[in-house]
Design a protein. Structure first.
Length: 377
């Protein structure tokens, strides 16, 4: 499957490097450094499939590889100068040789156009004894613009105050777009993604890069390098932590289920106890007389009515309300009786009653029947 890899490195004199040596090694050629007199001969190096120079469109200069990088070295005066930038990219194994070349060439032309620099790329085949899908490219860019028949001022991305982090993020996005376009044109469904596993929500641990020294040691000796052993140890520790986290999560889920079951059982026991206590009270209480069973008035929502003891000229109902405001509202209106009330007198269906608010007995109002005209007890 296609994987994403792009690294951006500086070829700097402060690290003891030179652009002439880097270009000679990546292209598998001989380059003489005119500034130092050093001869960099890598003509016996294998694995170089293609090496090309790309200059901005319309450039009048057509140098050789040796002329280009000697010009880059001679243009710098500082002993800590950065003379080149290297883009190292992994090429999708799904593409054939011609498609890989077209992909790298398109990316190199884009770099030359955006930065107005000269670009020197080399496509390398997978190394012996390594992963046979490891096709990759080394792309060297000058830090100065191509002007006339040579190199001129510094490229914009080399000027002071630039954010290297932002430049790298931008370059990774460009490579993702160019590479996915090549995969789409070749008819492949695979795509590369510049985002990290964490950004994509993946729990898998990212792979580790051994580097040239560890890889060379393993190829020469057939033994695992110390770097690989360190990586393996870290991977084992990560797996152990993941297993522990999984065990703890499962235990927490079991405890949570047990708590829920216990709460359900306790709730059921409390309901049953209340039911039994209520049943005992009902068994002990005498049945009320049928004549004293007074149906409740149908009152507005939030008002609860209950029968009052008979007495006085007019027997009434004590109506409990939820708050004083509701009781005062009821005190300003008449309520029609919808059911017969059988106390010490009989109210006719449809007879109105007056609801009176009792200031001293807050939260209650007394409902008294209004005598009908022409009727007496």
């Amino acid at each position: 499957m296609a994987i994403f890899h792009l690294s951006l490195k500086a070829v700097s004199r402060s690290a003891g490097r030179s652009s002439t040596a880097a270009a000679a090694y990546r292209a598998g050629e001989l380059v003489v450094d005119e500034r130092t007199g050093e001869i960099h001969d890598y003509t016996r190096k294998g694995g170089v499939e293609v090496a090309e120079l790309v200059l901005p469109a319309g450039a009048d200069w057509t140098p050789t590889r040796s002329e280009l990088w000697n010009a880059a070295e001679l243009a710098e005066r500082r002993k800590d100068a950065c003379v080149a930038r290297e883009h190292e990219v992994a090429l999708p194994a799904e593409l054939d040789a011609a498609q890989r070349l077209r992909l790298v060439r398109d990316y190199a032309q884009d770099l030359a156009l955006r930065h107005r620099c000269a670009v020197d790329f080399a496509i390398h085949a997978p190394g012996r004894g390594g992963d046979d899908r490891n096709h990759h490219a080394h792309i060297l860019c000058t830090t100065r613009k191509v002007e006339g028949v040579g190199l001129g001022g510094k490229c914009e991305r080399e000027k002071a105050g630039r954010s290297r982090r932002d430049d790298l993020a931008s370059e990774r996005w460009v490579w993702e777009q160019v590479c996915n376009a090549a995969l789409r044109q070749a008819g492949h469904a695979e795509r590369i993604d510049r985002r990290s596993h964490a950004e994509r929500g993946l729990e898998a641990a990212p792979t580790q890069h051994l580097g040239p020294s560890a890889t060379g040691f393993e190829r020469r000796t057939g033994m695992a390098s110390r770097r690989r052993s360190d990586f393996d140890q870290v991977a084992l520790e990560v797996l152990a932590r993941a297993k522990l986290a999984g065990d703890l999560e499962r235990q927490a889920q079991q405890i949570e289920r047990a708590i829920v079951d216990a709460e359900s059982s306790l709730r059921a026991a409390l309901v049953e106890r209340e039911r039994q206590a209520l049943q005992v009270q009902l068994d002990k209480s005498p049945m009320p007389e049928p004549a004293r069973c007074v149906p409740a008035l149908i009152l507005p929502e939030g008002v609860v009515s209950a029968p009052a003891k008979a007495g006085g000229r007019y027997a009434g109902l004590i109506v409990a309300v939820s708050d004083v405001e509701a009781a005062q509202d009821l005190g300003r209106q008449s309520v029609v009786v919808h059911q017969l009330v059988d106390l010490d007198r009989r109210l006719e269906v449809g007879q109105s009653v007056r609801v009176q608010y009792d200031q001293e007995r807050k939260g209650r109002v007394e409902v008294r029947a209004t005598p009908s005209k022409g009727r007496s007890r």
